[in-house]
Design a protein around this ligand. Structure first.
Ligand SMILES: *[C@@H]1O[C@H](CO)[C@@H](O)[C@H](O)[C@H]1NC(C)=O
Ligand SMILES: *[C@@H]1O[C@H](CO)[C@@H](O)[C@H](O)[C@H]1NC(C)=O
Ligand SMILES: *[C@@H]1O[C@H](CO)[C@@H](O)[C@H](O)[C@H]1NC(C)=O
Ligand SMILES: *[C@@H]1O[C@H](CO)[C@@H](O)[C@H](O)[C@H]1NC(C)=O
Ligand SMILES: *[C@@H]1O[C@H](CO)[C@@H](O)[C@H](O)[C@H]1NC(C)=O
Ligand SMILES: *[C@@H]1O[C@H](CO)[C@@H](O)[C@H](O)[C@H]1NC(C)=O
Length: 366
């Protein structure tokens, strides 16, 4: 713990904010046939600290971790699981609404665990689309790393149930991807890293989109047909960015960049659906929902959205370290630490996302 605090002074801590994780999609809509219901809800999750459920706990030298109090104080039993919030992620909440378990961290499963057939979470705090994002965390699983691990998972599944059944399972599974926040927060926006100096924002966004194009194509080749890409939230409004403005306001320029990134990803998704037979990729845009929650917290029963519940020291990063002091009432705050929404905020955001994904009338049984 002392080591953690020591390091954090030197490596501006942390993670990100897209907003979430999760499980679903038009899964119910797609599952009208009911013939293979055991595979229909198999979900593979890729992402960063907004979706992580504990992979980084297994990376011995990773500085992007949350396996200590106060994290998890509102999780069942008050355990610090490696989730970057006081309670549940958006993915946990959506999984529960679907009646499925939240997919476990990849590293928690043994190599030939049958649980692999039911879904895996590869998300890793500090991770980005680009390899060098979050490099000062020493260890984290970049999106490329996560796809490599999924490839291994597919090999294991083939060994278990045969090629044909494995291909079918992978084609029918749901893929949830939430990544890109760290490419800003822990890369482009960090003055001491090269990307912010080397590239204009136009160039940087092109680099991210062309990289993402290759990554999503790779997932498609591995079987991904149903995918939800969760867009970024207003990163300019997270507490770690607000403190950079003299008046504590949202950073407008950062929000404009995020909106541009989101709109380019949306176009990419449309283009992939056009190019790739039977691809049903979706872009889930929750920017406005997150922005509303931050701008009008009282409408949703919150009191504070411009600073975090945990009294983090943003000069050394912004995670809720063991020597920090959490607020009195954790349900009053939209942000738990300087980067991540609280459990209560995740509840609100998950409800909204869930209803946008399941807005179609329930399928008629037959
Ligand atoms: C990341 O590095 C690996 C090799 O370590 C390379 O294969 C891959 O293309 C790189 N990805 C990006 C996004 O630069
Ligand atoms: C399922 O995946 C296999 C290989 O991954 C692919 O060849 C096939 O076209 C896919 N089928 C459908 C219906 O997408
Ligand atoms: C948050 O907003 C309140 C008023 O709405 C203000 O009094 C307070 O100073 C702000 N805090 C920060 C950290 O900007
Ligand atoms: C915490 O805040 C919520 C929402 O504002 C409120 O309903 C609840 O009574 C508060 N709890 C305590 C212990 O103050
Ligand atoms: C869910 O499916 C319905 C009908 O198949 C479609 O109209 C709707 O746009 C889909 N929802 C999303 C979020 O894509
Ligand atoms: C789905 O399968 C279950 C069990 O196999 C069955 O009880 C149920 O009626 C089926 N639902 C539909 C819509 O076919």
């Amino acid at each position: 713990m002392a080591i953690l605090i020591f390091f954090s002074k030197y490596y501006l801590f942390m993670i990100l904010i897209t907003t979430m994780t999760a499980a679903a999609m038009n899964v119910t809509a797609a599952s009208t046939t009911n013939s293979s219901s055991s595979t229909l809800l198999t979900t593979f999750v890729f992402g960063d600290s907004l979706t992580e459920v504990g992979n980084n706990n297994y990376l011995q030298y990773s500085l992007a971790r949350s396996d200590y109090p106060w994290y998890g104080i509102d999780f069942g039993g008050g355990q610090a699981t490696g989730r970057f919030t006081n309670g549940r992620t958006i993915g946990d909440i959506i999984s529960a609404k679907l009646g499925i378990p939240s997919p476990p961290p990849y590293f928690s499963l043994s190599k030939d665990d049958d649980a692999l057939l039911k879904g895996v979470n590869y998300a890793s705090g500090g991770a980005g689309i680009l390899n060098d994002t979050g490099l000062y965390f020493i260890q984290r699983l970049s999106f490329d790393d996560q796809i490599n691990l999924f490839k291994k998972t597919k090999e294991t599944i083939k060994a278990k149930i045969g090629d044909e059944a494995a291909n079918k399972l992978c084609n029918e599974s749901m893929y949830f991807v939430g990544i890109g926040s760290n490419d800003y927060v822990n890369n482009y926006l960090q003055p001491f890293l090269s990307d912010g100096q080397q590239y204009t924002h136009d160039e940087f966004v092109e680099l991210m989109i062309s990289t993402l194009d290759q990554q999503l194509l790779r997932l498609y080749k591995l079987g991904a047909r149903k995918m939800i890409f969760h867009g970024l939230g207003p990163l300019g409004c997270i507490p770690s960015q607000r403190v950079k403005s003299k008046t504590g306001q949202c950073l407008k320029r950062v929000n404009e960049w995020v909106v541009e990134f989101n709109s380019k990803v949306k176009k990419l998704i449309v283009s992939l659906n056009g190019r790739l037979p039977s691809a049903k990729f979706m872009f889930a845009d929750t920017y406005q929902d997150v922005y509303d929650l931050i701008e009008k917290p009282e409408v949703y029963g919150f009191k504070v959205s411009n600073t975090s519940c945990c009294n983090v020291d943003t000069s050394i990063g912004g995670l809720c370290l063991p020597n920090s002091k959490p607020c009195q009432n954790r349900t009053d705050y939209v942000f738990w630490d300087a980067f991540h929404p609280s459990d209560a905020a995740n509840q609100v955001l998950a409800e909204k996302l869930f209803s946008s994904l399941f807005s179609a009338p329930p399928p008629k049984p037959h």
